[in-house]
Design a protein around this ligand. Structure first.
Ligand code: AMP
Length: 421
């Protein structure tokens, strides 16, 4: 199957050629013809599957057909949960629409609204937006959704996680009833299904890939280590492996800052990216990471949503996420667009329950081992979440036999494994 077989017009094929995509990804094969036929879509797809092109390309084609009047009014709205994803989606939309007469822009919070208002005044066909800023500018009369033909909810599950449901409902009220709706979500909770039921008309269901198929392309490993030695271990791994382009996840913003500082002290260039950073600091950190000026980006889950870094070779979980689906999102940052990647997790005894939940979701056990000299002094603790809380209060007393616990793990021999691309 080629992009030409999907019935795309020449200017789009040319733009796709410029991106050096040879064949459509599975989700593109399925979604592009359905969207061109005018169907609503309910798609299960996570970042890394080519979902953005899957909705943007057919949407641009339809808008180009009906765009003879040349009137610039918002005909398509793409809602995303985060600023980074919004910026990334706009970049993609603009690269696919560069040979057609379609104008697009992005609006999100955390930055001065004036340049965004000025761009809207010029007239745009496609608007990419985060919910808060969209509502804000709508209220101020800077935009109208009265002529909308397309509405895309990207990463809908994350939007609900971030508490945007009420905003989404209000935004829908601003639109005409008759429009084509496309909903993309990595997971399908009851809430997402309810939202989809209210929003979509006879949707076609599109599944990008079976759940968790990322796991097949990604080499996953668990390194058992005591919590207090994680920074030391991560520093050693990065140094000895001479790793570049490492994305590290921490659970808290404070933890991200602290780790980035410690890595810098160890002469590993690092930057932190999280919700407390200004938009310009986040953009700068990402640009420096992409250009290779900074080797390590330390991120929290929310900030990392929508980061698109082609061929990111290493993802490290400094701490496991407490929501198992977040693990799948995190490791989806590597092994993108068919390349292989390495995802490793530093797991202390208190995180055993998180690991168990993740393995249950994946339906597999992740290879687990220790690095010589970093053998944990405690074995995995079931009921660890409770213990972690106790530990935080300083009242837990975990005493385990070091030797017997270490026998449970095999030792990692590969100190500096490189992913094969
Ligand atoms: P997405 O899932 O939309 O975040 O896309 C993930 C990455 O795959 C992006 O870097 C895209 O540029 C890239 N991509 C999208 N479609 C294709 C394709 N058909 N072939 C190769 N790469 C693609």
């Amino acid at each position: 199957m080629t992009f030409k077989d999907l019935g795309l017009i020449d200017p789009l094929l040319k733009a796709i050629g410029d991106k050096n995509y040879t064949n459509p990804s599975p989700i593109q094969e399925k979604s592009i013809p359905l969207i061109l036929q005018g169907f609503d879509i309910l798609a299960s797809a996570q970042t890394g599957t080519g979902k953005t092109a899957g909705f943007a390309i057919p949407m641009i084609q339809i808008l180009t057909r009906g765009n003879n009047s040349g009137r610039k009014e918002i005909k398509a709205l793409i809602l995303t949960p985060t600023r980074e994803l919004a910026a990334q989606v706009l970049e993609d939309v603009q690269s696919y629409s560069k040979y057609v007469n379609i104008r697009s822009t992005v609006i999100f919070g955390g930055v001065n609204q004036n340049p965004q208002v000025a761009a809207l005044k010029q007239g745009v066909d496609i608007l990419v937006a985060t919910p808060g800023r969209l509502m804000d500018l709508h209220q101020q009369g800077h935009l109208s959704l009265k002529n909308l033909e397309f509405m895309v909810l990207d990463e809908a599950d994350r939007m609900l996680d971030m508490g945007f449901l009420r905003d989404i409902k209000k935004i829908i009220q601003m639109m005409p009833q008759k429009r084509q709706n496309l909903l993309f979500s990595a997971t399908f909770s009851k809430e997402i299904k309810k939202l989809a039921n209210g929003l979509l008309t006879d949707p076609k269901i599109v599944e990008a890939t079976p759940e968790n198929s990322t796991a097949e392309r990604i080499d996953q490993a668990v390194y058992r280590v005591d919590a207090k030695r994680k920074t030391e271990l991560i520093t050693k791994l990065i140094w000895e492996g001479n790793w570049h382009q490492v994305l590290i996840f921490t659970r808290t913003k404070h933890g991200a800052n602290r780790l980035a500082q410690k890595l810098e002290k160890a002469k590993i260039t690092a930057a932190a990216i999280h919700g407390n950073k200004s938009q310009s600091a986040r953009t700068k950190a990402l640009a420096n990471f992409k250009s290779g000026e900074v080797s390590v980006l330390v991120a929290t889950d929310i900030a990392a949503r929508g980061l698109d870094i082609p061929l990111l070779p290493y993802v490290i979980n400094y701490e496991l996420p407490n929501v198992p689906e977040d693990y799948v999102h995190r490791i989806g940052r590597t092994g993108r667009a068919g390349a292989s990647g390495i995802a490793m997790s530093l797991v202390c005894s208190e995180e055993q329950e998180y690991l168990t939940s993740i393995e249950k979701l994946l339906g597999m056990q992740i290879q687990s081992g220790v690095v010589e000299g970093f053998e944990p002094t405690k074995g995995p603790v079931e009921g660890g979440k409770k213990r972690m809380k106790q530990n935080a209060r300083g009242s837990s007393n975990l005493s385990q036999n070091k030797k017997s616990n270490n026998k449970r793990y095999h030792r990692f021999k590969r100190k500096s494994k490189k992913p094969n691309k």
